[in-house]
Design a protein around this ligand. Structure first.
Ligand code: CUA
Length: 313
């Protein structure tokens, strides 16, 4: 399902209907643009002022012609409305029994919570299955946008919005944030991975079991990449929205408002759960709390990962 010059490839069952509506509007516009512009140019040349010409009074109106140019555009516009409205209703009505995944938008990443409680930074779905996303935001307005699925919906703090789609074949697709949400809006990206149906449950079981399957430091690295730490904290010494994590563990961290703190297990735990408690000097208090969103063993794994990041902060 390759894309065209105008539209990206088609990844969902909606795509063909959305593209049909778009093509219809496009080609009707092209037709009238060419018709009107050609007549305009032709009339300008044909009826230009010539020497000795005396203007004639205009003839009175032409009823059949006026009815024709009122009725035909009305029918065209009503047809366009119907084409769009039909697809809109489909898109606005998730089928009963759709597979549900919770989506959280936050500055500046996406989190996906699967029915078994597992949280991932990428959206994994089975093919040929209606999937309903129940979405909310931790902070400001975001918008969940998958161009190849032709779906986009605002994600708001303090309320739920939903969206559904059915992916038509295995593959990966880009997810964008389509609402300007601050400094790193343009990097608020992730992927949808569409699995073969038979593979999906196996993927979910294996992914959910990472704390048991991986050594703590590696599990911590995975959490760092998937839960949104990476967007603001580098591991190579570069300052970002937040301090780098390189060499952070065990070092004395100066704090906003004076004083400093030795970075140990307790400071990291506190900073994850109550980020505003002690702000590193030179940074703003913008980190969202992970209270209730990271379990104790997950925080312990992150601490183990931080211990491996040697160097000077
Ligand atoms: Cu989130 Cu833009």
């Amino acid at each position: 399902m390759g894309g065209t010059f105008w539209l990206p490839r088609r990844g969902s069952t909606f795509a063909a209907d959305v593209d049909f509506a778009w093509d219809l509007v496009f080609w009707i516009s092209v037709f009238f643009f060419v018709l009107i512009t050609s007549l305009l140019v032709w009339f300008v040349l044909r009826y230009r002022e010539r020497p000795g010409y005396v203007a004639q009074p205009a003839s009175s109106h032409n009823t059949p012609l006026e009815i024709f140019w009122s009725v035909v555009p009305t029918l065209i516009v009503a047809g366009l409305f119907w084409t769009g409205y039909k697809t809109y209703l489909d898109m606005a009505t998730p089928p009963a029994g759709a597979y549900e995944i919770q989506v959280t938008g936050q500055k500046w990443n996406w989190l996906f919570t699967y029915p078994n409680g597992y949280v991932d930074g990428q959206l994994h779905v089975p093919e040929d299955t209606p999937v309903r996303l129940v979405m909310t935001s931790q902070d400001v307005m975001h918008a969940f946008f998958v161009p190849t699925f032709r779906v986009k919906r605002d994600v708001l703090p303090g309320r739920y919005t939903d969206l559904w789609f059915e992916a038509i074949e295995p593959g990966t697709h880009e997810v964008l944030c389509a609402e300007y949400c601050g400094t790193s809006h343009s990097t608020m990206l992730t992927k949808v991975v569409v699995h073969e149906r038979a593979d999906y449950e196996r993927w979910l079981a294996e992914a959910s079991d990472f704390l048991r399957l991986l050594p703590p430091a590696e599990a911590g690295q995975l959490l760092y990449a998937q839960r949104g730490c990476k967007q603001c904290h580098s591991v190579d010494g570069k300052a970002g929205i937040g301090p780098t994590l390189q060499g952070l563990f065990g070092h004395d961290q100066p704090l906003t408002g004076g004083g400093s703190v030795r970075v140990d297990e307790n400071y990291i735990r506190e900073s994850v759960l109550v980020p505003r408690a002690k702000i590193a000097a030179g940074y703003e208090a913008v980190m969202p709390s992970y209270q209730g969103r990271l379990r104790d063993e997950e925080i312990a794994a992150i601490v183990e990962y931080l211990k491996t990041l040697k160097g000077s902060p």
